[in-house]
Design a protein around this ligand. Structure first.
Ligand code: CA
Length: 225
């Protein structure tokens, strides 16, 4: 899952980004409204953390524009403004949640998880697909009775595939949602991570039975695996 933070307090943005990366999210930062808006329009983020007091374009204006251009983007406003007027305006402009600074990082992460669940119409807190079970909160994965030790990116790839079981997911889509803006679109990093995931799943026979390769299109998690 990939998150954009639009926040002009660089120290806060960095701390947030580090914390969220430790939770396994891919995170990019924009430090003003214009840059943030542009970045959110060209990239496919799952969720936006938006400050309201920004230089140049105000956060509420960013929210209004992105709601119009990116109807499915989840927007969480994170701001020192706590007047009911700002909350009401933000939510009316289409923000999905509102958290006032100073905030507790654990609460922020719990709200992010709740928003991602809501968006994907996945009510269960644990994702399940065949013999695979993945818990986004505790970041654990089970294959049958076996607990898998996955790296952060392997976990991200598997989580994304498990949120779209049976769908063909392209390399580009995985890069968009699991890696941040630093990722090189021409590298073979997705292939390498799929390969190591299959190895850990014991899915290294030919052809693989859990994560299928769909030639020229991408990968598909077989839902009855
Ligand atoms: Ca600010």
């Amino acid at each position: 899952m990939r998150i954009l933070i639009i926040e002009d307090e660089i120290d806060l943005a960095d701390i947030l980004a580090q914390g969220l990366r430790r939770q396994g999210y891919a995170v990019d930062i924009a430090s003003d409204g214009e840059q943030g808006c542009e970045s959110a329009m060209v990239n496919d983020y799952d969720l936006l953390i938006l400050d309201l007091n920004l230089p140049g374009m105000d956060g509420l204006e960013v929210c209004r524009r992105l709601r119009a251009g990116k109807p499915h983007l989840l927007i969480l406003i994170l701001t020192a403004r706590n007047r009911p007027f700002d909350k009401i305006t933000g939510l009316d402009l289409g923000a999905d949640d509102y958290l006032v600074k100073p905030f507790d990082f654990g609460e922020l992460v719990a709200r992010i998880r709740a928003l991602l669940r809501r968006d994907l119409r996945v009510r269960d807190t644990i994702l399940q697909c065949g013999d695979l079970k993945l818990d986004p909160a505790s970041r654990t994965v089970w294959h049958g009775d076996r607990r898998l030790e996955l790296t952060r990116k392997e976990f991200g790839v598997l989580e994304y595939l498990m949120r779209h079981p049976g769908e063909v997911i392209s390399q580009e889509e995985l890069l968009e949602h699991v890696w941040d803006a630093e990722a090189d679109p021409f590298s073979n990093t997705v292939r390498v991570h799929i390969h190591s995931l299959r190895r850990k799943l014991g899915d290294d026979q030919t052809p693989p039975k859990i994560i299928e390769t769909i030639a020229g299109l991408g990968y598909r998690l077989v839902s009855s695996s």
